[in-house]
Design a protein around this ligand. Structure first.
Ligand code: ZN
Length: 306
């Protein structure tokens, strides 16, 4: 039975299902090439067993027990007299995990980090220690070791409010490239001096980082990183909007006051004499009322005469 479509020369000899699934495999190819000279050889020198961890199957961890062979190289001038057959599509030489399991652990490490990746992987049946995951992440991006040109600096908490380190990322590759034990000017400056290729450094508003860059990489242009740029922009916009809102409310109140002053009040609309009569009438005694009525009668009689 062949269960590896990309490995036609691997045959399953046994399956054991318990808390984990164990597959016993053996290779069937009649010859295998020497890794040094490429000469195909069929001369088996000895056999040995290799154990590999693979991706889980039906929710259970999967272990592969591989029965492999050692061959003698046929080429007399080859320095490699004896070699073991390799399965480059399945695993790297000397690896304890298959390539696909290593890839899964690497993805976990890239997405959620070493320790978190180890914890989640353990739950999913793709166990690997924190150090293993970090090693796989480093090995997966050899280009990250080339000299960086555009980097980002930021601090990270080893212990919140007590101990901080510095995380350095290559912004062109989008990858972390180094961790410094602290965020002091001396440490960051020393690291920058070892990388004279750096032309742009993105950082937060820390004056210590600014000083370290000025000393360690004076040729580099310092720019504010996007996160802090957006954070500061949001704070400025918030202050500006608050001020504008206060000004708008004041202007609205001032306009309302001006409108009220320009509009004649009901008291101003009434005739002063009438108003005075009403006021007097309100406050007057019966004698005063009689006097007003007498005045009104006199005026009416005078008007009728005219
Ligand atoms: Zn050879």
């Amino acid at each position: 039975m062949i269960i590896f479509p990309d490995l036609p020369n691997v045959q399953v000899e046994g399956v054991e299902v318990a808390e984990e699934i164990t597959l016993t495999l053996r290779t069937t190819s009649p010859t295998t090439p020497c890794p040094s000279c490429g000469t195909a050889s069929s001369r088996i020198q000895s056999r040995y067993t290799r154990t590999l961890r693979d991706l889980p199957s039906v929710g259970r961890p999967l272990r592969l027990i591989m029965h492999l062979r050692r061959f003698c190289c046929k080429k007399s001038t080859c320095a490699q007299k004896i070699f073991v057959e390799r399965l480059p599509d399945l695993c790297h030489p000397h690896a304890q995990r298959t390539k696909r399991l290593q890839q899964a652990l690497c993805e976990l490490g890239l997405i959620i980090g070493g320790q978190a990746g180890a914890d989640v992987g353990s739950e999913l049946g793709i166990s690997g220690s924190r150090d293993t995951i970090l090693r796989l992440v480093r090995q997966s991006h050899p280009s990250a070791h080339s000299e960086p040109h555009v980097i980002g600096l930021d601090d990270w908490a080893r212990k919140r409010r007590l101990r901080y380190g510095t995380l350095i990322c290559d912004l062109e590759l989008g990858l972390p490239i180094d961790l410094l034990p602290d965020r002091s000017v001396e440490t960051v400056c020393a690291w920058l001096k070892k990388h004279p290729s750096i032309t742009v450094v993105s950082r937060d508003g820390s004056s210590e980082y600014a000083s370290a860059i000025q000393k360690g990489a004076p040729q580099a242009r310092q720019v504010s990183d996007r996160w802090h740029l957006v954070k500061n922009l949001a704070a400025c916009v918030s202050v500006q909007l608050t001020q504008s809102l206060t000004q708008l409310r004041r202007a609205e109140q001032a306009e309302a006051n001006t409108f009220d002053e320009q509009q004649p009040s009901p008291q101003r609309q009434s005739h002063p004499r009438t108003r005075g009569s009403e006021t007097s009438a309100t406050r007057s005694s019966s004698g005063a009322n009689s006097s007003l009525r007498a005045d009104y009668g006199t005026a009416t009689a005078r008007d009728e005469k005219h």
